[in-house]
Design a protein around this ligand. Sequence first.
Ligand SMILES: [Zn+2]
Length: 132
Amino acid sequence: MGWCPVLNLENFQTSHINSEPSTIYIDTKEYLRQFEAYRGELDQIGFILTGSITKRFMRCGTVGCRCQTDPKALHGPYYEWTRKVQGKTVSVRLKKGEAEQLMEWIENKRHFYRIISKMEKTTLEAVNLIRI
Ligand SMILES: [Zn+2]
């Protein structure tokens, strides 16, 4: 581990100073170490969920209800989990505690993909390293 396997198989010949080709090995150890650290971060992430949570206050349809005129008298808060299912937007009404839990799982997904992005970036840096 740590040495780029491709380069271990195909040694690069870089100099012929002593009429004897020398071989260098490109060390990707640092990148692998970083990559593994990100993998460790992924391990810490729990459920991942798609969608978004909205919290809203609403007017009702009751004639004469204070919510019709007083913004402070709006009903709610109501929590909704909204996501796309096979191209269609689906919303589910949630209780506050459910909304809080799902928000955490949605944030987990964002975190998950941020880490994946960093892993790809690290891999690209390793690619740049081996492409002399
Ligand atoms: Zn009302």
